[in-house]
Write a protein that binds this ligand. Structure first.
Ligand code: CO8
Length: 259
């Protein structure tokens, strides 16, 4: 993996897109390495994944414009399909994925962050979908996820049609990110959140993610059934006995077994 690093710190796997000379822009090789990194995560060990960009300027500055400039319609379709497949894989990855947005998150960068479960950003982060200014549409999920993430058709259209940049404070206000931190505090805050999530019952966390993902695309009556099924399934685990047992015994220490 020349363009993506995978490190595991305790229960947290950190995936870092590492192409700083091009602001971590995504070309087919970077996308391939990104998928390989997620495939390499040991889900028996890791409980949470953190996704970030190397350097202190950019999370991901989008798809690689120099590469795309050469594409014909068929190549564009292939690249768009491949990027969407990999981003959907991240969105539906069994473990929670936290984006640590440490700088530019433009085009495919914002789309990648939106495929993650939670976004924390540094104060210097800049978001946006600049595609229409380049003569293209968002192609890695932006036309679909931005509206779903911020919950406003008007704002999603305003952002995509205007191609304007969004600073971290506005991203926080519109719900594109959950929290904003001074640059040096971003990774410690993300790791703290990741470790807090990792302390909880892993099967329950995974089923919660699955239910939220599946339910988002279902009519409410079906979505409620999705939740009921997930909830019932947790009662087949050993960890439900540990979690509730610890409460009833007034015990702070919990030892979840991931089963
Ligand atoms: N692609 C390729 N190279 C890039 C990209 C990019 N997206 N972003 C930055 N780089 C390169 C620059 O070309 C430059 O390279 P070099 O040193 O060789 O000239 C290097 O990174 C450093 O960049 P800058 O000198 O421009 O650094 P600045 O700090 O001045 O500016 C910016 C940083 C604001 C991030 C600026 O580089 C920029 O505007 N980049 C482009 C951002 C953009 O428009 N992104 C959206 C791309 S389109 C997209 O993502 C569509 C996704 C769906 C694709 C579906 C395909 C079918």
């Amino acid at each position: 993996m020349a363009f993506v690093k995978l490190e595991t710190e305790g229960a947290v796997s950190v995936v870092t897109i590492d192409r700083p000379k091009a602001m971590n822009a995504l070309n087919p090789e970077v996308l391939h390495d990104l998928e390989a990194a997620f495939d390499a995560i040991d889900q028996e060990v890791a409980r949470v994944v953190v996704l970030t960009g190397s350097g202190d300027k950019s999370f991901v500055a989008g798809a690689d414009i120099a590469a795309m400039a050469q594409y014909d319609e068929q190549q564009a379709e292939e690249f768009g399909r491949e990027g969407n497949r990999i981003f959907r894989k991240i969105e539906t990855f069994p473990l929670p994925v936290i984006a640590a947005v440490n700088g530019f998150a433009l085009g495919g960068g914002n789309e990648l962050a939106m495929a993650c479960d939670i976004r924390y950003a540094s104060e210097n982060a800049v978001f946006g979908q600049p595609e229409v200014g380049l003569g293209i549409t968002p192609g890695f999920g932006g036309t679909q996820r931005l509206m779903r993430v911020i919950g406003s058709r008007s704002s999603a259209r305003e952002i995509i049609f205007s191609a304007r940049n969004i600073k971290a404070d506005e991203a926080l206000r519109i719900g594109l990110v959950s929290k904003v931190f001074p640059v040096e505090e971003l990774m410690p805050a993300v790791m703290k959140l990741a470790n807090n999530i990792a302390k909880n019952a892993p099967v329950a966390v995974r089923l919660s993610k699955q239910a939220m993902n599946e339910g988002a695309d279902q009519p409410m009556a079906e979505a409620i059934e999705t939740e009921v099924a997930a909830f019932a399934k947790t009662f087949t685990t050993e960890d439900v006995k540990e979690g509730m047992g610890a409460f009833l015994e007034k015990r702070k220490e919990k030892h979840f077994k991931n089963r």
